[in-house]
Design a protein around this ligand. Sequence first.
Ligand code: F6P
Length: 561
Amino acid sequence: MTNGQPHVTDETPAWAALRSHYETIGDVSLRTLFANDPERGARLTVDAADLHLDYSKHRVDDETLDLLVALAEERGVAQHRDAMLRGDRINTSEDRSVLHTALRLPEGSSLVVDGVDVVPEVHDVLRSMGRFADDVRSGAWRGHTGKRIATVVNIGIGGSDLGPVMTYRALRSHADTVDVRFISNADPADAVARLDGLDPETTLVIVVSKTFSTIETLTNATAARRWLLDGLGIASGEHLTDEAAAAVSKHFAAVSTHEDRVRGFGIDPANMFGFWDWVGGRYSVDSAVGLSLMLAIGVEGFHRFLAGFHAVDEHFATAPLRHNAPVIAALLGVWYSNFFGSESKAVLPYSNDLKRFPAYLQQLTMESNGKSVRADGTPVRSSTGEIYWGEPGTNGQHAFYQLLHQGTRLIPADFIGFVEPNADLPTADGTEMMHDLLMSNLFAQSKVLAFGKTADEIRAEGTDEALVPHKVMPGNRPSTTILAPRLTPSVLGQLIALYEHTVFVEGVIWGIDSFDQWGVELGKQQAIELMPALSGPDSPVDLGDSSTTELVRRYRAGRGR
Ligand code: F6P
């Protein structure tokens, strides 16, 4: 930890050079940087497939960028990237390859890992997902009572939920035929609310779990199976009768890497779609984990989604570091986190359909890079793991932007906007369109954050002197603007891949294994161990610490136990 403890520094030559450069540029304002270089807004940009990244509103000059790229070279970013892409076991603590990029390799390409070409396997699964999706969408697939499927319920958590939820919402305007709902939380309110009003005869449940052992998912899946069988008037005991098994086979599918566990749950393996241990949960929405998205937007749309990822993968694999969008984004993340001491980054999509994008990215960055030891087990030498948070604009403007503009913390921001809307409406007087209003807000916010308004400029407007300090807008608050043509399946894939590789590069610079998540295990284990103390017959005497013991006693008393 760095808070309250001396900051551990990472004084390699490239790091030291950045630290001394920071002493000279740290206080230079964006106003000055722009005044000194009229071309800056056109020059400090990079294009990756359809994504245009304007990073000119960052507190960097050409020397900063050269030094940051030197840091990437010193840390071997290109070599680590190539190792990941060719399937080396870079997830060392789990001894696994990291091959989410193989999930979007085009059919006919080849990637041999441990003697096996993984690309045909990926496309075999995509084809069986496609057949299933086509059948459900066309109505060829019928429920137990002969009705076609109207609603899909995706049950999963973490990477088996956040990706499907986020992408379904983002591509809402491309969806037709079936509605999708999502159940994830151990809170029973989630399953109760999401199943409410559904007709079991027309509902298809997809249970998504890489391990098929996650307690929330198995508990919710069991609740959904009970709900379905009860609704169909079929007995639903622990062991399924033949009739129950027949009904379940028409209303349940699974996505997992564990066929034995799927079968054990009572789901027909013919309705199971697999993936591989080289796909991490938070990198899995482009695997069979995205089945609910495929059901919503169709097979063709899903392939365009994958092609979008692949286009950015190609850019990441081939563009020089200095012109490589994920590399630049990662280096800027390191610049603010480790040199300016920024504690978080705001992700601000100017798209209501991207409402869940910041939450999706939180798992990506925080589960990947929230680590205190490096891959070799030694302590990290700087703070790690960017904290992302955010909400769509313009809503956020009326909630938390005050702190972004005038607060004491430096919070870099990513603005994400689209040239073409997926839907538009006229403004109140009918002379303009709402999408232009939305985008003018995006451009205005990044401008005000960067350039602010000085006390003299405020005085010049005749403002009462007592109010001047309150109205000063300090500016010099950095942001990237990501501008894309339109929120399509391809562009969404591109955006996800951009952030995936950004997080990867940051992990390489910090020297950590971005692909394990040991930190979530102890809490899961202790929850299971604590269950009997909450619901068992006897009040606990000692749960190891007086706080937990007293809280559990109080809980039991409230429940009349
Ligand atoms: O608890 C963390 C985690 O392992 C995530 O990494 C993962 O996305 C999630 O749980 C769900 O895991 P599974 O897909 O195996 O149910």
